[in-house]
Design a protein around this ligand. Structure first.
Ligand code: AMP
Ligand code: MG
Length: 411
């Protein structure tokens, strides 16, 4: 940990992140998967192209292939054969001759250019070219998309649907990827009920594990759901011991703010080396992180917005490192804020906002309104975080602010 992180008081956001990342060990186990099962998996190998794409010079148009030299002797050529996609022209052609050719069909050896069919006049086997042509017109050259041996994807890359298509286009049917992580989810609280259950006085519906499940799914991480665990020392301990024995990471929500019924801290103090942090961020001040005997532990705050923001800003970064994936690049933009924003210096804020384009064609951001850490619907309405530095005070409408656009894990 760097010096800033050992200072007393609230832990700066960057220090919390740095501390966490320094304790994360990436997975090393790999497996070979057919590309049809590799969507969102993390590549454990570099991929170099085993061929040229396209593999041969081919036509970009339906039309006529010819040698540009033929047109120096007049603009009418004799049709002597055809080249179809998958059935190339096999013969030879001479100066003054041309070949009917379809889009994607292999260029005949004797031809170097193509004219589209709309620009010729056809009279039996006599093809008259109506416009002057350039050498190489409408020809797609072998290797112009990807050259043989060219580096296509790097180790650590998360495979998208397009990447799977690129691999298929290279004739690659299997890839070596890192094994999937397993994360155990635990929700704590006597007041929590599942959708479908009856709410008694003082109860609320559990939502954190539903949000986290969805986000973990997008991260390509398997979830072991421990459901809702009551505020009881033995029950919480049994859940944590079991979760630790099965998962690479254990994520709980609630019970880290050290209230009267928060047994999580006592249990974790018994089981592992956990830091209970007060991070200088809003929402999300209480956050726990550390090591259990077999796994790492993330203790998210119970409030739904705080749980999501700490998961997104801190835990996902650590889980990405654990997956052996390339570090995330988040999209930060400077835009004009059209709302007044309340803020006191001291903590880094992740306020919820909506970026849009105004009548002048400029990007502007508007606050979603009340920023309470229990208001999950404020996140559902938002499409970005308005990120305000710890030392920043209130913002007046018209000032420029930094926004971080929601990535695929939230949307
Ligand atoms: P705690 O950190 O346990 O004191 O919880 C803080 C607030 O978050 C309380 O209002 C809890 O009822 C609420 N909360 C805790 N866990 C969840 C959950 N899994 N889903 C929704 N709200 C929760
Ligand atoms: Mg609680």
């Amino acid at each position: 940990m760097s010096d800033c992180c050992s200072a007393p008081g609230l832990l700066p956001f960057e220090c919390a992140l740095e501390n966490m990342l320094s304790q994360i060990t990436p997975v090393t186990e790999t497996l070979t998967l057919p590309i049809t099962q590799a969507l969102n998996a993390i590549l454990a190998q570099d991929i170099a192209s085993p061929l040229n794409v396209p593999n041969h010079d081919n036509s970009a148009m339906d039309g006529y292939a010819f040698a540009i030299a033929s047109l120096t002797q007049g603009n009418t050529l004799t049709l002597v054969g055809r080249s179809m996609a998958g059935a190339p022209f096999q013969g030879e052609c001479k100066v003054g001759e041309c070949i009917r050719i379809m889009t994607g069909a292999k260029m005949p050896e004797c031809c170097d250019s193509v004219e589209m069919q709309e620009n010729v006049k056809v009279a039996a086997d006599q093809i008259s070219f109506l416009e002057e042509k350039q050498l190489g017109s409408h020809v797609r050259n072998a290797g112009e998309d990807i050259r043989w041996g060219q580096h296509v994807l790097n180790q650590g890359h998360k495979l998208s649907a397009v990447d799977i298509g690129v691999l298929a286009s290279l004739g690659i049917k299997e890839v070596i990827v890192y094994r999937k992580l397993k994360v155990a989810l635990i929700a704590t609280g006597d007041e929590l009920k599942l959708p479908g259950q009856v709410l008694n006085s003082g109860d609320i519906y559990e939502s954190n594990s539903f949000v986290l499940r969805g986000m973990l799914d997008k991260l390509h991480i398997d979830v072991i759901d421990f459901g809702i665990i009551e505020d009881d020392f033995e029950a919480i301990k049994a859940a944590f011991v079991s979760a630790d024995s099965q998962a690479d990471a254990v994520i709980s929500s609630g019970g880290v703010s050290v209230g009267d019924a928060d047994y999580t801290k006592t249990v974790l103090d018994n089981l592992g080396e956990i830091g209970f942090w007060k991070i200088a961020m809003k929402p999300g001040k209480p956050f726990a992180f550390g090591k259990l005997p077999n796994s790492v532990f993330f203790g998210l705050p119970g409030n739904p917005v705080s749980a999501l923001v700490t998961f997104h800003q801190l835990a996902i970064v650590a889980l990405t490192k654990m997956q052996n994936a390339q570090a995330l690049k988040r999209t930060n933009l400077q835009v004009q804020c059209v709302s007044d924003l309340r803020k006191s210096p001291g903590r880094m804020d992740f306020q919820r906002g909506v970026v849009s384009v105004n009548d002048q064609g400029e990007n502007v951001v508007e606050s979603t309104g009340s920023q309470g850490s229990g208001i999950l619907s404020s996140l559902a309405r938002a499409n970005c975080f308005i990120v305000l530095a710890a030392e920043q005070g209130k913002v007046s409408a018209g000032e420029m602010v930094t926004v971080q656009l929601f990535d695929q894990f939230i949307c």
